[in-house]
Design a protein around this ligand. Structure first.
Ligand code: ZN
Ligand code: ZN
Length: 249
């Protein structure tokens, strides 16, 4: 079995290590490299066979990854090491959205340390049809999706919308399930967290953090594209407006 390539979650953690070290690589002998190696070997992302390989995310491989981060930074004057496209996207994310990416790393570290992230079962849409996940990584996506399925939050949000207006419809495209599907669609809507977890932090959810969306808009908010995070309903609405003006086909 081959060592699996690095995923978003793993790169978030390695990137944070490099950024905290002033964008300098870390040696195999560095204590932080050993700690990260251990953490990566414990993440519930790769299968048990991969994780059992002695060289899987060894201190050597972690140190090499920190070198990729350092030498592929745009201000590095020496020769860049060869690394995958995803690593390059991640370097760019750390360069342009440093605070957000460091927050994602902190949430991953805390969630793994407390055992919370190991306790959440894999969710159906945490990885998209092409195998991508949002830039903050699969485990934070997993946690956010699990949280959205909380039936209590869902019914509280629906109650709030009903109190404010009589119709339950998609906040992005106005789709109304009851109008189209009649009695079958009555009361159906999907509840979505507007701000990704790694941006909001692990705070208590308020009803205003939630949006009601139709199934299509919900899927499009969550669709993972390489190097991107989930988009908010506001951004999605803007994207619809633009694509109607300049159709792809
Ligand atoms: Zn919609
Ligand atoms: Zn959602």
């Amino acid at each position: 079995m081959r060592i699996p390539t690095w995923t978003e979650d793993e790169l978030v953690l390695a990137g944070a290590l490099v950024v905290r070290n002033g964008w300098r690589e870390l040696r195999t002998t560095d204590r932080a490299v050993h700690e990260l190696s251990e953490l990566l070997r414990s993440l519930p992302i790769h299968g048990p066979e991969a994780r059992a390989l002695p060289s899987f995310r060894s201190p050597d491989s972690v140190s090499r990854k920190t070198t990729d981060f350092m030498t592929n930074h745009s201000s590095y004057s020496g020769k860049a090491t060869r690394c995958g496209k995803l690593t390059l996207l991640m370097i760019e994310a750390f360069m342009t959205r440093e605070a957000e990416m460091l927050q994602a790393a902190r949430m991953l570290e805390e969630g793994v340390g407390s055992g919370d992230l190991h306790a959440i079962p894999p969710q159906p849409d945490e990885v998209d049809e092409a195998g991508h996940t949002a830039i903050e990584g699969r485990l934070l996506v997993r946690r956010a999706l699990a949280r959205e399925r909380d039936p209590k939050l869902r019914s509280l949000k629906i109650e709030q919308v009903r109190r404010r207006s009589s119709t339950l419809k998609c906040e992005v495209c106005d789709f109304d399930f009851a109008r189209v599907y009649g009695a079958l669609g009555e009361g159906y809507i999907e509840v979505h967290h507007v701000t990704p977890l790694h941006v909001s932090g692990a705070r208590e959810t308020s009803l205003d953090d939630l949006a009601c969306l139709c199934a299509n808009c919900h899927r499009m908010c969550h669709r993972s594209r390489p190097g991107e995070s989930w988009r908010t309903p506001t951004v999605l609405r803007e994207q619809i407006r633009k694509s109607i003006q300049t159709p792809v086909h």
